[in-house]
Design a protein around this ligand. Structure first.
Ligand code: GLN
Length: 452
């Protein structure tokens, strides 16, 4: 049914870069056979899943939305894909994204943007716009995203779906094509909070192949989502971040958010204001740290090891082949990030930019730690604005970067955060974000599920 739905609507939505119909049917038949043999199957056995194209899938094209990886078929599965297969889920294919997960609209995909199912002339968010749009268009019931600065939550918010960024290290990065290794976090996207929790439980948990993976049990996320669904938040204390009050957000977004805060109060939650004075420096710190790590990570795309290679005819040196390949294979936003990062890391500037940004990161972590001594979780709008029309923010990078104003602090800290639909503004979806302490992923599911 999902393959039929994709065939019927994806020429308009363009959520998928690659549909693996044959692989999906084969996986579905294998689940049927296991069931027929009387095997006990997990809760997601036979459930179709779309996977963001930045995640390696054995034998299935993986481009990260870039021309430089066109035609590359990875020889291995990411850990989270291994776990999806072991759970009996059926992979439908690979979802569209901004090139190397850099962007907030999918307009930077080298293969053309994804259209928001709510209004095909508007962006579906990014970088994981394909994963969110596939859910909103009923092309898949579950999808995988990755969140470095907001790429799971912001697309969730602007498509009226749920997106959760787990605690950094709670889900394995092994087999993700790296953007910013100290921030990248794979996580679940779904249409309901409980569905997201079910997917979270399947992909999460310690992985010895990722040195930053946390060797601790997965928090009880499914139980928490079900507890939240009873609609009782008595005794739960939620914090509104003073520094986020209205700053940069559209009035319609703030109105929907305030209504959601009222609803949370009626469910028994106590709401207080919490000051996080360093949050205002999160965006500039992120745009030094993430490009710095990206400039290092993307050095591996050299025309020799993976995908595209041009310049063999006429180039005078290996270095020239690499430079011609990288010039042809990377899009403008990726080049901007590589240049920014290379500059910030160069000797003489390192202390002034990268070193300074790392200090800010520590201060933001302290803000979170102090906040969670006062409240159980923080809440905010997920993103300052609803889905915008194509082209509205591409001419000024800063305007695009603002989409992640409220999501980025969490990445710098490393805690979990979820976006859940909380109403409409001008007929378009608005998301509410719940941020929790590291390894308290269950807490964010409880609060989000109660609101739903
Ligand atoms: N939009 C942010 C950026 O462009 C975040 C991207 C992400 O989370 N992958 O870097």
């Amino acid at each position: 049914a999902h393959l039929d739905r994709i065939a019927a609507v994806d020429d308009r939505v363009h959520a998928f870069l690659h549909v693996d119909a044959e692989g999906a049917l084969e996986a579905a038949r294998a689940v049927d056979a296991r069931r027929a043999a009387g095997e006990e199957l997990g809760p997601l056995a036979g459930v179709p899943v779309g996977v963001k194209d930045v995640v390696t899938t054995r034998g299935v094209p993986t481009t990260a939305g870039s021309k430089i990886l066109e035609g590359w078929r990875p020889p291995y599965d990411a850990t989270i894909v291994e776990r999806l297969r072991a759970a009996g889920t059926v992979m439908l294919g690979k979802t569209n994204m901004d090139e190397f997960a850099m962007g907030s609209s999918t307009e930077y995909s080298a293969y053309g943007p994804t259209n928001n199912p709510w209004d095909l002339g508007r962006i579906p968010g990014g970088s994981g716009g394909g994963s969110a749009a596939a859910l909103a268009a009923y092309e898949a019931p579950l999808t995988i995203g990755t969140d470095t600065g907001g790429s799971i939550r912001q697309p969730g918010a602007v498509t009226g779906t749920v997106g959760a960024k787990p605690t950094y290290g709670g889900t394995s990065r092994y087999g993700l094509i790296a953007f910013s290794s100290s921030l990248d976090t794979p996580g679940p996207c779904a249409r309901t909070v409980e569905d997201a929790a079910l997917l979270h439980a399947v992909i999460a948990g310690h992985d010895p192949r990722d040195s930053t993976s946390i060797p601790a049990p997965v928090p009880p996320v499914v139980e928490a989502a079900r507890l939240g669904a009873t609609g009782d938040l008595t005794g739960v204390k939620l914090g509104l971040v003073t520094q986020f009050a209205g700053e940069g957000a559209e009035p319609g977004v703030m109105a929907a958010f305030r209504d959601a805060v009222d609803a949370l109060t009626k469910l028994g939650a106590e709401i207080v204001e919490v000051s996080c004075p360093n949050f205002e420096y999160a965006l500039p710190a992120y745009y030094l740290i993430a490009p710095s790590e990206c400039s290092s990570n993307l050095a591996r795309f050299d025309g020799v090891r993976f995908g595209l290679r041009v310049g063999d005819d006429g180039a005078k040196s290996l270095e020239e082949v690499m430079s011609i390949t990288r010039d042809a294979g990377f899009g403008p936003e990726v080049k901007r990030r590589i240049m920014l990062g290379t500059y910030a890391l160069s000797s003489g500037y390192y202390d002034a930019y990268y070193g300074q940004a790392q200090k800010v990161r520590t201060l933001i972590t302290r803000d979170f730690t102090a906040a969670f001594e006062q409240v159980d979780a923080l809440i905010s709008p997920t993103t300052p604005f609803v889905a915008f029309p194509f082209g509205a923010r591409t001419s000024d990078p800063y305007q695009m970067y603002l989409a992640d104003l409220y999501t980025i602090p969490t990445n710098l800290y490393g805690g979990p955060a979820i976006s859940v639909p909380c109403g409409l503004s001008e007929g378009l979806p608005v998301g509410l974000q719940v941020m929790a302490p590291t390894m308290a992923d269950d807490r964010m599911y409880r609060v989000a599920s109660a609101l739903e």
